[in-house]
Ligand binder design. Structure first.
Ligand SMILES: *[C@@H]1O[C@H](CO)[C@@H](O)[C@H](O)[C@H]1NC(C)=O
Ligand SMILES: *[C@@H]1O[C@H](CO)[C@@H](O)[C@H](O)[C@H]1NC(C)=O
Ligand SMILES: *[C@@H]1O[C@H](CO)[C@@H](O)[C@H](O)[C@H]1NC(C)=O
Ligand SMILES: *[C@@H]1O[C@H](CO)[C@@H](O)[C@H](O)[C@H]1NC(C)=O
Ligand SMILES: *[C@@H]1O[C@H](CO)[C@@H](O)[C@H](O)[C@H]1NC(C)=O
Ligand SMILES: *[C@@H]1O[C@H](CO)[C@@H](O)[C@H](O)[C@H]1NC(C)=O
Ligand SMILES: *[C@@H]1O[C@H](CO)[C@@H](O)[C@H](O)[C@H]1NC(C)=O
Ligand SMILES: *[C@@H]1O[C@H](CO)[C@@H](O)[C@H](O)[C@H]1NC(C)=O
Ligand SMILES: *[C@@H]1O[C@H](CO)[C@@H](O)[C@H](O)[C@H]1NC(C)=O
Length: 503
């Protein structure tokens, strides 16, 4: 039996995470203006079947662990939405963390959003629809039940093998939370079919499972989970991690697969090592760093690389965007990937220059969250963007747009580090098609008065992102897909800056 004290010996093996923070990073190379970029190489889109011979490749090249990510579109069920991730304020906010895992006993961790001065939208919008839908109670809006009727969403999922013999489990990758849990209760999930396909883990069918105990409880914006902790062997890609602690749920609502939280974990929010921590302590990777390339909608290629960067998914160098507020100033029980957005705009089809809707001094701290189908930003800014797409606001306050926009060659543009990095998200990647003929703007208004802004998948599809818990930055550049070569990173702090994208 594995006891708590056995687990603690694993803690001692851990390399401690670097907590030095983040003065503004050295200035990275300036990104070329949009029209100097190499053309988005649609004609040389890298084919997935060429790609993930990755298992064999990872074996030859230690230092990173690479995993394919699959994309699942699911329909709304009338009373549920994964996409409405979380709202602000007290009450059911984002993942509240587990009571069992946290050091220091910090019990209330609503994961407070940074406060932002209200500055800088350039254009006032006549006849703006902001506020429509606001007649709903705050609680309903936060939970998104009556608010985002029938939205459905897109889930990005990886496969893990747990136990001896291995049991195949599929889990969401979620940079907005920090623990791994498995076994959603399917008959109260959003989708019985999807849930049943995602595998269940039975501790009693594994020779290596060990009961750890403790109470696990998380409240997400769109669901809740309870359970207790177990530990078992886990395989990620072809690597084997001997003793991974995770939660096995015995009750959950509105979730249809387990979730792999990839936020800051040990020693902040939990007192046991996360998978990322264990990969470091087992010398599978050099530092707690992982890259996410969700890729364009319809490209059929998404991947996550622990400890490595795929050079053939961007051009030029990656820009370091500091996590802000610095992690030393965030609630230690729930440190999150907040970064400042410094401009927002739209490049219309065939236009040579993008329009920018924000002022020179604009900042908007946003959580980068792979677990959120849509993005949630300032309502006034959503209204400005909505007008460009001739959006209509439905009774629930959603910005609905014509699906034909997805086929037009424009982009929605998010700037970072004051002009040093601009991510141009193609309309096709930005506009979420729930089902044929029903499309929504990729940004929706955050709760009135809330500063819990989120950049979800409708932003992330346009970017190549490297989440770096060693240096507390998110490295970023425009996503391209022009080939395939992974290099490991994290041997020295900030060595990601030297990796030149090959596209
Ligand atoms: C998704 O839901 C909408 C509205 O309820 C329905 O019209 C559509 O047929 C559904 N699509 C699928 C693929 O189930
Ligand atoms: C982020 O924006 C805030 C203002 O909202 C500013 O005080 C802070 O310095 C910015 N952080 C970085 C790293 O740019
Ligand atoms: C697991 O244990 C059972 C019963 O002890 C044994 O029959 C089986 O071979 C073991 N399986 C593995 C993969 O070790
Ligand atoms: C769901 O299944 C559990 C056991 O698997 C059962 O206890 C519960 O009553 C079921 N709930 C519904 C709503 O069917
Ligand atoms: C294993 O556990 C599951 C669920 O807890 C139970 O339904 C099943 O009967 C158990 N199997 C064995 C062999 O004990
Ligand atoms: C799920 O919903 C049921 C019914 O509302 C509730 O009794 C149960 O506590 C909920 N489960 C969780 C994990 O919140
Ligand atoms: C889940 O397990 C806990 C103990 O770990 C127990 O108190 C609770 O009743 C269980 N809930 C369900 C729905 O089985
Ligand atoms: C992606 O897959 C879909 C359906 O399987 C297919 O229609 C489409 O052509 C694929 N796209 C690419 C770029 O391979
Ligand atoms: C905008 O929408 C209105 C009403 O839906 C429609 O009459 C108008 O033609 C649309 N304009 C454009 C440019 O698509």
């Amino acid at each position: 039996m594995l006891s708590i004290s056995t687990i603690l010996t694993y803690l001692q093996l851990l390399l401690l995470l670097t907590t030095t923070c983040a003065a503004l990073p050295p200035i990275g190379p300036r990104r070329a203006p949009a029209d100097d970029l190499p053309p988005n190489p649609r004609d040389r889109v890298f084919r997935p079947d060429e790609a993930l011979s990755g298992r064999a490749e990872a074996a030859r090249r230690p230092g990173y662990v690479r995993m394919p990510v699959s994309r699942h579109l699911f329909n709304g069920t009338g009373k549920w939405s994964w996409g409405w991730h979380w709202g602000g304020g007290p009450g059911p906010g984002g993942p509240k963390g587990s009571s069992g895992g946290r050091p220091g006993g910090s019990s209330s961790s609503a994961g407070a959003a940074p406060t932002v001065p209200a500055v800088g939208i350039r254009e006032a919008v006549p006849g703006t629809e902001v506020g429509k839908g606001m007649e709903l109670s705050a609680e309903d809006r936060r939970w998104g039940w009556s608010y985002l009727t029938d939205i459905g969403g897109i889930a990005y999922i990886i496969e893990l093998e747990i136990g001896t013999p291995p049991q195949l489990i599929k889990v969401f990758i979620d940079t907005g939370s920090y623990e791994l849990w498995v076994n959603p209760r399917c008959n109260t999930s959003a989708s019985l079919e999807i849930c049943k396909n995602h595998g269940n883990y039975y501790p009693n069918r594994s020779n290596s499972s060990m009961y750890v105990g403790g109470d696990f409880a998380v409240t997400y914006g769109t669901g809740a989970v309870k359970g207790s902790y177990w530990s078992d062997v886990m395989s990620v890609s072809m690597f084997r991690i001997p003793s991974v602690q995770f939660a096995v749920a015995n009750d959950s609502n509105y979730t249809f697969s387990g979730i792999l939280g990839l936020g800051y974990a040990y020693p902040y929010s939990i007192n046991y090592p996360s998978i990322l921590n264990l990969m470091v302590s087992q010398n599978m990777i050099s530092a707690p760093i992982f890259s996410v390339g969700l890729g364009g909608d319809g490209d059929n290629f998404s991947e996550i690389i622990f400890g490595g960067v795929n050079r053939w998914k961007f051009a030029g160098y990656l820009e370091p965007i500091p996590i802000w507020p610095p992690i030393s100033q965030q609630d230690p029980a729930w440190i999150q990937y907040w970064i400042n957005v410094t401009s927002v705009g739209v490049t219309k089809p065939y236009a040579s220059n993008g329009e920018v809707y924000t002022s020179e001094t604009f900042t908007m701290p946003c959580l980068i969250d792979t677990g959120s189908t849509l993005s949630y930003i300032r309502p006034d800014l959503v209204a400005v963007i909505g007008e460009k797409f001739n959006a209509t606001v439905d009774n629930a306050g959603n910005y609905i747009v014509d699906c034909s926009w997805r086929d037009k060659p424009g982009t929605v543009d998010f700037g970072f580090n004051r002009g040093r990095m601009l991510i141009n998200v193609r309309y096709k990647d930005f506009i979420f098609q729930q089902y044929p003929g029903h499309c929504m703007l990729g940004v929706q208004p955050a709760d009135a008065g809330s500063t819990n802004y989120v950049l979800g998948d409708t932003f992330i599809r346009g970017a190549y992102l490297v989440f770096d818990q060693q240096s507390d930055v998110i490295w970023m550049n425009q996503y391209y897909n022009c080939g395939d070569q992974v290099v490991s990173v994290g041997q020295t702090a900030r060595d990601t800056q030297y990796i030149k994208g090959a596209c």
